[in-house]
Design a protein around this ligand. Structure first.
Ligand SMILES: Nc1ncnc2c1ncn2[C@@H]1O[C@H](COP(=O)(O)OP(=O)(O)OP(=O)(O)O)[C@@H](O)[C@H]1O
Ligand SMILES: [Mg+2]
Length: 399
């Protein structure tokens, strides 16, 4: 198979601006028909059949009888930027087809017969990603990195995680500017955890949004002895202040220009703005404990962050907090319940966690070499190093 043949089988040429171009290289008529129907029903895409088009945003290719040579062509197409995103489909879902498909750079593999939901989700993800890239419009590699921390339930350790992650990132690199933002309106506890007196919260900053610059932000935010700058949530509802919708998202986006790392304690708070913040985050840590209701919430939250939020799967990190080896639900069982891997476990160490809170200190300050502090230290190291040399490659999405 050569590039010409791959590009030749499409339908319905269209060249409208801002639409993502789609082509099919599919021999099986039923598969082609069903994908055509699905894609035609989606907004934001145009199906093309122009044989000589120099580039296509999405190519759906069917793997036929001679996968080897097809995979070579696929790699070449992706390398030469002829195809931005490649989806594959095949009647066979065996490792000899799947593995080379992934290695060749396919973003998604559709089973046959075609499952509409699977296809719609894959296409929507690409659309969201391309819109986000359009919106950002600046060199994101030079902006600070946001790490969102979301709880699967109340009381699972979300704030503990956010506070200790921020402090551990700062400990890893004293030169960097690290911010910790509390989203828990009325119920924010970050200042309490760090024994900080603060009189400026993000509502106050919102009133002065027009003069937002590094100097103002740093003078308005309280600085903890670890070096972390803290931005608390308002502790009372001020009915007179009307912050524009999407304000928090805009604030965090601005903060990315001043801070190297921004850790967000999102609590259990999800709305449109938080979905946008998750999408702009380097990682979303979904904190849970190994209890059935909590793990079921993890599954639901993960699904909605992926589909509604359009966040890439490899950005979502499931954290099992207060982990004990002899727990009733084992890690493999928990993985089954959530339908994915647990990415990080943090040992249960109640005395250290409690004494940190009660003394207004971080866990590393209380017991720098304890099991929990070590986990945060390792995580911070991977983040700080990750930022210097971030892994790219084709397998990022397939963790
Ligand atoms: N690794 C750990 N081992 C033992 N206890 C922990 C651990 N991490 C957190 N905790 C404890 O869990 C409790 C809840 O922690 P935290 O306040 O951080 O949770 P949260 O999810 O932010 O709660 P909320 O929903 O109230 O905001 C605290 O008593 C804390 O000390
Ligand atoms: Mg909390």
């Amino acid at each position: 198979m050569n590039a010409k043949i791959i590009m030749s089988e499409g339908t319905n040429m269209s060249n409208k601006a801002n639409l993502l171009s789609v082509q099919f290289a599919i021999k099986t008529p039923e598969v082609r028909d069903s994908l055509t129907r699905i894609v035609k029903g989606l907004k934001g895409f145009s199906l093309q059949e122009d044989k000589n088009t120099p580039r296509v945003d999405i190519l759906v290719l069917e793997i036929g009888e001679s996968p080897e040579s097809e995979f070579e062509t696929i790699s070449a197409l992706l390398k030469e930027n002829v195809v931005e995103t490649l989806f594959l489909t095949s009647a066979r879902m065996t490792p000899d087809v799947l593995l080379p498909a992934l290695r060749a750079g396919a973003k998604e593999f559709f089973q046959q017969p075609i499952n509409k939901d699977e296809v719609v989700e894959a296409f929507q993800k690409i659309l969201l990603k391309s819109r986000r890239n359009d919106q950002v419009g600046e060199d994101t590699t030079r902006l600070g990195k946001i790490f969102s921390v979301l709880g699967a339930k109340g009381g699972v350790g979300t704030t503990t995680f956010a506070v200790n992650l921020a402090a551990s990132i700062q400990a890893r690199d004293k030169e960097k500017l690290v911010a910790l933002v509390d989203m828990n309106i009325l119920l924010g506890e970050v200042p309490l955890f760090l024994d900080l007196e603060t009189d400026t919260d993000w509502e106050e900053i919102g009133k002065n949004f027009s003069r937002l610059d590094a100097a103002y932000l740093q003078s308005a935010m309280a600085r903890h002895s670890s070096g972390v700058y803290v931005l608390p949530a308002p502790s009372k509802l001020n009915t007179e202040t009307h912050l524009p919708s999407g304000f928090l998202f805009q604030l965090l986006r601005s903060m990315r220009r001043f801070f190297d790392y921004i850790v967000v304690d999102s609590g259990m708070y999800i709305d449109d703005a938080s979905f946008k913040i998750f999408a702009e985050s380097e990682a979303v840590y979904l904190v849970s404990i190994l209890s059935l209701p909590c793990l079921i919430n993890v599954r639901k939250l993960q699904d909605s962050i992926l589909t509604t939020g359009g966040v890439a799967k490899d950005k979502i990190h499931i954290v099992a907090n207060r982990f004990e080896r002899k727990a009733q639900i084992s890690l493999p069982e928990a993985s089954k319940i959530i339908g994915g891997n647990i990415n990080l476990t943090i040992p249960n160490n109640y005395s250290v966690a409690m004494s940190a809170i009660n003394n207004g200190k971080t866990i590393p300050d209380i017991a720098g070499s304890c099991d929990v502090a070590k986990v945060y230290k390792k995580l911070a190291a991977s983040i700080v190093e990750l930022a210097i040399e971030r892994p790219g490659g084709l397998f990022r999405w397939f963790r």
